[in-house]
Ligand binder design. Structure first.
Ligand code: GRF
Length: 199
């Protein structure tokens, strides 16, 4: 059974879906936030799941080493970034190679990377006149939104689409593909470990 940590900075609707999903050979063992008022922390509490807030404003340079300590303490095998608003360093990521995934509210490689987060993504999609958008789940590497895509689903934009209506549609897609991607992550780690054991 793999222990999964979910990192979330805000509302945590994706986290909620994960907390309500029964995974095969994996469980949500910890919810971590950088934001003391993130509703995601309350969601973890409601589900009786261990949760921790590490506030970068308070711990400064120790931010990532504090996160690593929490990962060790809770025996975390892999990490899901579900609305985590801070960028993790290459050094941190190297502790979890191919074991961190992220959900992004557009069809990567469009409307992603530095500065594309939250409502800004949907505003940019509409400003550009794009006719489709969607959501992507990808492995996290040292390039922001640059790792290999695991799951992706497109939606057609309507003529009267607004950033808000697009956000609602994208969220529905996210809630569908994220649990599938998490199960894929679990399976990929276990398969790899089995290979390592066999050789
Ligand atoms: C989602 O749109 C996700 O793609 C992005 O942040 C948002 C988080 O939403 N990375 P929620 O907190 O899960 O409701």
């Amino acid at each position: 059974m793999l222990n999964i940590a979910v990192f979330a900075s805000g509302n945590g609707s994706n986290l909620e879906v994960l907390l309500n999903t029964q995974f095969n050979q994996g469980k949500i063992a910890l919810v971590l936030s950088n934001n003391p008022s993130a509703y995601a922390l309350q969601r973890a509490k409601n589900h009786n799941i261990a949760h921790i807030c590490i506030n970068k404003k308070e711990v400064g340079e120790k931010f990532e080493s504090e996160i690593l300590k929490a990962m060790q303490k809770h025996h975390i095998d892999c990490i899901v970034l579900a609305g985590f608003m801070l960028i993790l360093s290459a050094d941190f990521i190297s502790h979890f190679p191919n074991k961190i995934i992220n959900i992004h509210p557009s069809l990567i490689p469009a409307f992603c990377g530095d500065g594309f987060y939250g409502m800004r993504v949907h505003e940019a999609v509409l400003e550009y006149g794009a006719k489709v958008s969607g959501a992507s789940v990808h492995f996290v590497n040292e390039i922001v939104d640059g790792g290999k895509i695991i799951a992706q689903e497109a939606i057609n934009l309507s003529e009267d689409e607004t950033p808000q209506s697009l956000q609602t549609k994208v969220a529905q897609v996210e809630h569908r593909i994220l649990p599938q991607a998490v199960q894929f992550l679990i399976d990929s780690i276990l398969t790899k470990e089995q290979h390592e054991t066999l050789h």
